[in-house]
Design a protein around this ligand. Structure first.
Ligand code: PLP
Length: 384
């Protein structure tokens, strides 16, 4: 048997900003769960992927992939120009990322200096906080209300001090709550004039089924603060495995600055071709998004029937309160092959996020969950 090799040499200290941060918690994948728990089939409802996959047009787009792989993917213009055309934006203001996560990192690399104030929300999409902290930013995360909505007065108060950047996802991941038009206007108006406003619209395609979902770009364009809107092909477009997302920026200057911190050739040719293909599959995307929204409301009702408190959501996921610590609940579900995301942020460790899967996957999650809930000790008084 191999034992751990002894470590030699001088320990290498990293920057103090980095030493304080945890590695990203991506959770277990399907194969890891099968191996660890000995289950034959796994339902993966932990990462908000589209269970219907990408549009069929992606298959055609990738059919000749091998003929493209020998050269560096330097021409990202075809995709940028398609995106720009679809949005009515200038191509020069679109920046592609190896996933929008990469852009979430590029933004503080370009704009956050040690000691800069950043405002976001909690529960949060972790990278909104970690990537800003990695650059020495001081992040204030404003909690959602008890009913799991954005706390507008508290957010307005938080942005009313010197501020480098406001960043949050709308709808929120993990909560699902959505900021409507008048609140978004009020929040933006409360920000200092030179503050960068970043709205992460990873779940836009789901949220825009609801007529109250705001057109953030129009609201942002009507004022003078610099802004970035983030979008991704990982969720509704079903391309999470290829890693591609993009930013729409308020100026050529911001796009150029992000171009400085961008890895050269940061989006690979398979991802670019697939995204071009996916944009041709609007029908498939729309159908899968509509179906998912229906199933989300069905699942919400079922969870509420089990006595669980569920946050409002316009995303492809639900955030609910667990009667036992979320890590424990998630572990019990894993043993039966169901992957969900137990929340780890302080103050929210009794919350679980579950993605909306195929109807049969949702049914299996519900069946396993209701069995598990019968076995766990529920406290006498459940907090309302
Ligand atoms: C999933 C998600 C992303 C990540 O998207 P990629 O394009 O896959 O990197 C970004 N922001 C939020 C809020 C997300 O939920």
């Amino acid at each position: 048997m191999l034992s751990e090799p002894p470590s030699f040499g001088t320990p290498l200290a990293c920057r103090p900003e980095i030493a304080r941060l945890p590695p990203y918690n991506a959770g277990l994948g399907t194969d890891a769960v099968k191996a660890r728990y000995g289950v034959a089939s796994v339902v993966k409802l932990g990462s908000n992927e589209n269970p219907y996959g990408p549009p069929p047009s992606v298959r055609d787009a990738l059919s000749d992939l091998v003929s493209h792989v020998a050269l560096y993917p330097e021409a990202d213009r075809p995709l940028r120009s398609l995106i720009a055309g679809g949005l009515g934006e200038a191509e020069s203001r679109i920046v592609l990322g190896n996933g929008s996560e990469q852009i979430i990192r590029m933004i503080p690399e370009a704009y956050v200096s040690p000691g800069d104030r950043i405002v976001t929300v909690i529960p949060s999409f972790g990278l909104h906080i970690l990537d800003a902290e990695a650059m020495g930013g001081l992040v204030e995360a404003v909690p959602v209300t008890d009913s799991c909505e954005f706390d507008l007065p508290a957010m307005i108060e938080a942005v009313s001090k010197p501020l480098r950047m406001l960043i949050f996802s709308n709808p929120s991941n993990p909560v699902g709550c959505t900021m409507g038009e008048s609140d978004l206007r009020a929040l933006i108006a409360a920000c200092p004039p030179d503050c960068l406003i970043v709205v992460d619209e990873a779940y836009r395609e789901y949220a825009e089924l609801d007529p109250s979902y705001p057109q953030a770009r129009e609201i942002l364009r009507a004022q003078s603060r610099p802004w970035i809107v983030l979008r991704t092909f990982s969720k509704a477009y079903g391309l999470a495995g290829l890693r591609i997302g993009y930013a729409v920026t308020s100026s050529d200057e911001i796009a150029r600055t992000l171009g400085v911190v961008r890895d050269p050739f940061n989006t690979n040719i398979a991802a670019q071709l697939a995204a071009i293909g996916a944009l041709k599959g609007a029908d498939h995307v729309r159908r899968s998004v509509e179906r998912t929204a229906l199933d989300r409301e069905f699942l919400r009702a079922e969870l509420e029937t089990l006595g669980l408190e569920v946050a409002p959501s316009l995303g492809n996921f639900l955030f609910f309160r667990s009667p036992v610590p979320s890590g424990e609940l998630a572990e019990l579900l894993l043993r039966q092959g169901v992957i969900v995301k137990p929340w780890k942020e302080s103050g929210y460790t009794d919350r679980v996020r579950v993605s909306i899967g195929l109807p049969e996957e949702n049914a299996r999650f519900l069946a396993v969950l209701s069995n598990v809930l019968k076995t766990v000790a529920v406290p006498e008084t459940v907090e309302a």
